[in-house]
Design a binder for this molecule. Structure first.
Ligand code: NAD
Ligand code: ZN
Ligand code: ZN
Length: 362
């Protein structure tokens, strides 16, 4: 029997989100229904609401979540009813040209549920990143459920489902930061702060945090930044160079995703260094730099989707490090809120008041 639960939707561009009743079908073949325990508010949810991702409104928002598998469809063997899982937006297909080349972390054909969740009048919802977890329950492809140690806090575990994984992975997977490297991170919200933690985990010696908000810089320091730069009052490129012996950093991560910050990242890296773009640009953004600088400075210019993570490999490993006290993931949960507070959380994010607001389901 289809179930009716509460969920948060974005009905049209820019309109405040609404808490409404949605319909969850029973899981079909290869699908699972998950009872959500916690779901973080990511900037990407706001991008959806602002029409910055696509125009397939209405969206069922929320995608950084953990929960308990409530029901599975036929043919599902990797997860069972009762499992504690983190939802992922990279259920790899195993068959696309990238998977076939042994690079499933770039899978071009990831799985989502085939059936659609709907409003009461039958209107089909577009779940954010194929998840839609600002809802008491959600329907996903079973492979979007990654089993992790159930002793982990649901609020903390859920954050690995998107932003924190994106940041950690931008540093350790895409940026390949390693012992003795210098790194800089521009934008220290949930994603950038995780990149700082990732740079520390990987053994970077100099870690420069850049933000326009001193509160974010203070948190970045607690997570491992060795130097901070306030982009409102200081020259970002100049300061990163100064803190890296005049050279620039080996790896610079742009966790804002606007032309200005990407350009700073480009010029604040050492010769042959790496730029990692993890912030999501808007469709109208353009970049104009001399091609000779691209050639002359060498190195690599990379984008990082989801921190190039492989959920089955990375989620359990990072949860273990967290449970061992070696990765302070609990620092990312700024506040616990209710399902009706998502719009207020967007406002707090906008004002830089939080790293992550996390919706907790009673
Ligand atoms: N690539 C991926 O897989 C992926 C995954 C999740 C999120 N994202 C994207 O990453 C970006 C960051 O997400 P978030 O949740 O951390 O957002 P956030 O709003 O929490 O953080 C953004 C931070 O950037 C700072 N900032 C803004 N303008 C700046 C500037 N000019 N210079 C320096 N700092 C500046 C803000 O003060 C804030 O601390 C978003 O674009 C989001 O969509 C990407
Ligand atoms: Zn694939
Ligand atoms: Zn996200």
């Amino acid at each position: 029997m289809p179930q009716q639960v509460s969920g948060v939707i974005a009905r049209s561009v820019g309109a405040p989100v609404e808490l409404v009743t949605i319909v969850i079908p029973d899981p079909g073949p290869g699908e699972a229904v998950v009872r959500i325990q916690a779901c973080g508010v990511c900037h990407t949810d706001l991008h959806y609401r602002e029409g910055g991702i696509n125009d397939e409104f209405p969206f069922l928002l929320g995608h950084e979540a953990s929960g308990i598998v409530e029901a599975i469809g036929s043919g599902v063997s990797d997860v069972a009813v009762g499992d504690f899982v983190i939802l992922n937006w990279r259920a790899v297909c195993g068959q696309c040209r990238s998977c076939q080349k042994g690079r499933p972390q770039y899978c071009f054909n990831t799985h989502n549920a085939k059936q659609r969740m709907t409003l009461l009048d039958g209107t089909e919802l577009s779940p954010a990143l194929g998840i839609g977890a600002f809802a008491e329950k959600t329907l996903v492809a079973a492979a979007q459920c990654t089993k992790v140690d159930p002793t982990a806090s649901p609020a903390v575990a859920g954050l690995l489902g998107c932003g924190v994984m994106a940041g950690l992975g931008a540093a350790i997977n895409t940026g390949q930061i390693s012992r003795g490297d210098s790194a800089a991170v521009i934008g220290c919200g949930g994603v950038g702060a995780a990149a700082i933690a990732g740079a520390k985990l990987a053994g970077a010696t100099t870690i420069v945090a850049v933000d326009v908000d001193d509160r974010k810089l203070a948190t970045a320091k607690e997570l491992g930044a060795t130097h901070t730069v306030n982009a409102k009052t200081e020259d970002v490129v100049e300061m990163i160079r100064q803190y890296t012996g005049g050279n620039g950093a080996d790896v610079v991560i742009d966790a804002v995703g606007i032309p200005e910050t990407w350009q700073q990242a480009f010029y604040a890296r050492d010769l042959a260094g790496t730029v990692v773009l993890v912030g999501v640009p808007r469709p109208e953004h353009r970049i104009d730099i001399p091609l000779l600088d691209v050639f002359g400075r060498g190195g690599s210019l990379k984008s990082s989707w989801y921190g190039d993570c492989l959920p089955s490999r990375d989620f359990p490993m990072l949860i273990d490090l967290y449970l061992q006290g070696r990765l302070p993931l609990e620092r990312f949960v700024s506040e616990e809120i209710a399902l009706g507070d998502v719009e207020a959380a967007f406002e707090k994010m906008h004002h830089g008041d939080v790293l992550r607001s996390v919706v907790i389901f009673p």
